[in-house]
Structures are given as C-alpha cells and as structure tokens.
Design a protein around this ligand. Sequence first.
Ligand code: F3S
Length: 423
Amino acid sequence: MMLTLTDTEKSMLAGKQGRAVQRAMEIVETLGRVYGASRLLPVESVQVAGVSYRNLGEAGLSFIQDWASEGARVCVPTTLNPAGMDMRDWQRMGFSAAFASRQQATIEAYVSMGIQPTCTCTPYLVGNLPGLGEHIAWSESSAVAFANSVLGARTNREGGPSALASAVCGRTADYGLHTDAGRRATHLVEVRCPVHEPHEFAALGYIVGKLAGNGVPYVKGLELSGIDFSEEGRSALVDSIYADSFKLLGAALASSGAVALYHLQGITPEARERKDLLLDKVIKVTVDSLEPAYAALNASEQVIDLVVIGCPHASLQELRAVADAVEGQTLSAMLWVTTSRQVKDRSVELGYVEAIERAGGMVVADGCVVVAPMSELNYHSLATNSAKMAAYALPHSGLLPHLGSLQQCIEAAVSGRWSGCNR
Ligand code: F3S
C-alpha cells in the first residue's frame, strides 16, 4: 500500500519545520512504509519509555540530548515511564550519586523537550487517560495493554524512539492496533479455573501471554461481578474493583508474550460492542489451572530479602491495602511499594506512607526495580504479586522470584521467608 502524506506532513519531512521535526517525521514515515500504512494519524497523547539511565547508558542519553539540542519539542501531551530510582529519595534506596546524577541528566533532557516528568508506567492514573477510539502512541508495554484493552484507545507497542518521534511530529502510522482489522482476536481463551484476586489475574496473564505470543487473546469464562456498566464507558472499568487486576493482567500478558491488546468477553469495551471480534481462524485454547505460572515464577529459595508491590505502579487503593496489611507489623525484609509521584503525594496526605514506613517499608515514587541498578544493592530474593515483576526479576535484576497474593507478600516481608503456598 502507498503511504500518502498530507501537505503539512510533507513539509515536516522536507525539513521546513526544522531538523528535529524532520528527524521525527523520518522515523514515523519509515515505520509507516515498513508496515504498509496508507496514511499517518494525529495522536492525542504519547507515553515515552527508555527513561532509566541503567538501560540507556551514555549512548542513549546522548541521543536524547542531541535531539533536544536540535530543538525537539513535543506537540502533544507526553508523559514519561519510570526512572531507575526515586528521583528524591534515591539515597535512602541505597543508590550511588554517580548513577543519580546521570539519571537526573536524562530526566532534564526529556523535560527540555516539554515532556512531563511523571516517571510512571500508569499514566492513566495521573491524568493521561485517553478515551475510547483515541489514537495515541505509547511505549510502556503494560500501559499499552491497559490503554488498548481497558480504555479502548488505540496504540501499537511503540519503542522509546518511535514514541518520542510521535510526540515531536504529532503523528503515528495507521497500521496494526490502530485499525479495526488489527484489533480482532487471534486466540479464543476459555478459562476454566477460578480467577478472582489480583495476583491470580497476573498468573493468568503469564499463562495466556505464553500461549498468545504477539496475538490478541479474547478471554471468556471469567466471572466478574460488581462492574457498573451504567457508568460512562471507560470509568466503569477504571473505577471498578477490578482495575488493579486488569493492570496486573495486561502487564503479565505483555511480559511472557508480547500481547498489546486483550478482550474480556462482555467486559472490555470492544468485547461488549463489536460483533466481528474473533478472526475466522481463531486459535482455541483452554486454561484449567494457574499452577504453571506459580511453578515457573517461584524459586525454591525460601529466604526473602525484598518485597515489591506496585508493578505496574500502585494505585491509591493498592497503597491503602498495603498500609492496612502492615498495620502493627515490624518487617524483617525490605518492602518497596513503587508508584507515581502523584499517587505517593496523595498517599502521604492519607497517612498510607507513614503507616508503611512505620512498619519499616518504603514507598518508592518514580522508580521501577526492573530498570534500577539493583547490582549496586545487596538483595538476592524478591516476592511480589506481579507476574511481570516475577518474570523479569532474575533476567533483569538478578533476583530470585516468588509470586503470590498481597497477603503472602506482606507475610514474607514480616517473616523474611516465603510461605511456600502460592494459591
Ligand atoms: Fe512498571 Fe517497572 Fe513493572 S515499568 S510495569 S513497575 S516492570
């Protein structure tokens, strides 16, 4: 298919709006040609990954600084993924001043382009909340899954540079998950085991991600009650008691596989509204047990020295649940609850942060364990309720993983040992 550009897009590509915009348009236009798009689409918002200096290194930081010094400025609301540390409390986490100064320089380069330094993988909890059918260019995989699936917005799983390019030229190419055809389900997943608690959604996501790869799973058999569909579209799901479970599900799907969109029968927007959602040659699979996820994501080591809640970044409800669970406890392992700065600030006002710190834990804003320089610290074994965190703990951070419920994680933080019961 021929990619046709508007006159404005042609002038961007010709450099008439400066070298920075030209570079952005070159990236977006090349992706459009490679993927067979016939046109570019304006985007309403962008979310940029590639923020941790641990991952970027000097080469990545120079790339961003060079683009910024050419005059790159974002033209749509743009938010940032987590950094490798809490931007204020990094010393208390134990990270070096050398890392902190390069991380700070990275954030400054992004801010100079007009990007909001939200440093979160849950932008939809801090005001970047796209609507049904809105075209966006997001790059954090868990946020992409949430935006596509729960909010019904439309984004491919962008890389850091391609998302940044979309932010600078305000366009993305019309292919893949921007199209109706690309959003049809490739896999029909029948769930035949109970899935109720958030960590169970995470375990289910891990299993389905392995089955679906980079496809689009349509999941049936989940028994979810208490969602009020008389509410306006997205708020029915975002405000529901399952919102935290949906983000754990999507994060897991995107980590064991490369799923960027899932449909839940009768629940998610397109699975309520579209009749043509299943591909004619849909692949049918069943999930009878969550055991394979627990078996894969639990190391035999019983000693726990770090517990991480908040992958994806914790919501206010999750902060409250952790604060309630640690009430009156003294922790023997370190507990980190990772979240956005905005949610942390609100949690301070509500007393959740004080309750967690009184027990010996810490609420980490801005950061993510998976992209933190964990080799600077002395942790060996991690417990979490997130299958994404458990799946990435060893390969990305050198930590032995344990996956279980929030309650089991808090028990592990108190005792310093994993209970061994994962269901
Ligand atoms: Fe977010 Fe890091 Fe988890 S980016 S989804 S907290 S691995």
